[in-house]
Design a binder for this molecule. Structure first.
Ligand code: GDP
Length: 424
């Protein structure tokens, strides 16, 4: 078994969590390589239903090492809350099955403040941030104005380093936004509360990964959000502030020498999107409401109703190419069972010009979907686990999408539970 990355092909919320949960049985190590607690994976298994935000989805499997890599926005406060929730549901989290990279930078309390302050300043031009501090965090990381988790192991150095950063950060809080500033005592109290909780889990995870690689162990790389939210290749500026693409997995995980043998791209059988930004296939009114209800499309982190619409072949094909996906998991096919005809966005119309290519971000708001319809199946498929048992119309829909996006669909998911899956 080689290494594998599980990534989103669209705007996020494709069902990556359920795929990682399913596939972790085949891997020794699961690593999250980017993002923070600003999105969520929902995992349903025999232990219960879990909304994971930062924890890798391999924590439910015995013997699997779970790593939060250096590319992650290490929000110790939210991680600790999440760890307590998961542990209270009977999942053990120890320094043996959960490890935090000493090179992961810490998301600090003012990152969250600045996220809210800037969204408030933008008012009706806001980006639709989840206000978890992710954009201010990554900007500070690239400005070298945050601290690394490993510094928790060197408290005197950490305090001096934080005091230097604080002197600079208070200028922004005070002079730009007129907001509350911090004292070093407040920051150290926060470190004592939350940094101390995660300190036992911090180690040189790069060394752990190199050892695993040398021993021939298999590694699963787990991403947050999807290709269209990638900072460099997505719907900028409505992207996230890190790189969600599989090619960034080696860098953000702590194993730059990793070879990724398989990229499983997760695609939802229809489109959904949280927050602002162009979303050409968006439905409104009762049609949208029905699909949103059928798919339970409310944000795992925020509870916000997600924007929904039919599958977007143009965006999905682009996502498959950007992720260099080698295999696709098509999720939530069961949600479409109520439709008599299944709409598919096959191309865009931009100012009267038809195009199959995903446009430059500035043009995306002008893109109007060209919709074609496939037959629906109108029966419950959620208990089906064999391809041949799927109604013919459902098989035709999967085959149509597969041909249109140019990548094999190896998994068809028909329910949130671990076993509600058809292997092809
Ligand atoms: P992620 O961030 O990509 O992991 O996606 P989310 O967890 O935010 O959203 C996926 C949602 O769909 C979760 O509530 C899952 O339990 C659920 N889900 C995943 N696969 C399926 C499926 O095939 N059918 C149905 N009905 N629900 C699914």
């Amino acid at each position: 078994m080689g290494n594998c990355a599980i990534v989103g092909i669209n705007w996020g919320d494709e069902g990556k969590g359920r795929m990682v949960d399913l596939l972790t049985q085949d891997y020794d190590v699961v690593v999250r390589y980017q993002g923070g607690g600003n999105a969520g994976h929902t995992v349903v298994n025999e232990l219960g239903k879990f909304a994971l935000h930062l924890l890798p989805s391999g924590i439910f499997r015995k013997g699997v090492i779970n790593i939060l890599g250096n590319g992650v926005a290490m929000d110790c406060e939210n991680l600790w809350i999440e760890m307590q929730e998961v542990m209270s549901q009977g999942v053990p989290l120890t320094p043996e099955n959960l490890m935090i990279s000493d090179r992961a930078s810490l998301l600090l309390p003012w990152h969250r403040d600045l996220d809210s302050l800037e969204e408030a300043r933008l008012a009706d031009k806001k980006y639709g941030s989840t206000k978890q501090g992710i954009a201010p965090f990554y900007s500070d990381k690239y400005q070298k104005k945050t601290v690394m988790a490993g510094e928790l192991l060197y408290p005197e150095y950490l305090k001096a380093h934080l005091a230097d950063i604080l002197e600079w950060k208070n200028l922004t809080l005070d002079r730009v936004y007129g907001a509350k500033t911090y004292t070093i005592d407040e920051v150290m109290a926060w470190i004592d509360d939350f940094g101390a909780k995660i300190r036992p889990y911090v180690c040189d995870t790069g060394a752990v990964l190199r050892k695993a690689q040398a021993e021939g162990k298999s590694i699963l790389f787990e991403a947050q959000l999807g290709a269209l939210r990638d900072l460099d290749y997505g719907i900028y500026p409505y992207t996230t502030s890190s790189n969600t693409l599989a090619c960034f997995a080696p860098v953000g995980s702590g194993l730059p020498s990793a070879r990724i043998d398989e990229v499983v791209g997760v695609v939802k059988a229809y489109s959904s999107c949280v927050g602002e930004g162009p979303f050409p296939c968006e439905w409104f009114g009762p049609e949208a409401e029905k699909l949103r209800e059928a798919g339970g499309e409310y944000g795992a982190k925020t509870g916000r109703p997600r924007r929904v619409g039919p599958i977007d072949i143009v965006a999905t094909r682009y996502g498959v190419q950007m992720q260099a996906a080698t295999n696709i998991a098509l999720t939530k096919l069961d949600v479409l069972s109520y439709m008599d005809k299944i709409p598919v966005c096959v191309r865009y119309d931009i100012d009267g010009q038809l195009t199959d290519e995903f446009p430059f971000p500035t043009l995306q708001n002008k893109a109007k979907p060209v919709i074609e319809y496939l037959d629906g199946w109108q029966c419950d498929i959620s208990k089906i686990t064999e391809w041949d048992k799927l109604p013919e119309a459902a098989r035709r829909y999967v085959e149509y999408v597969e041909q249109a996006i140019g990548c094999h669909i190896g998994y068809v998911s028909v329910g949130p539970e671990r076993d509600s899956i058809i292997l092809r």
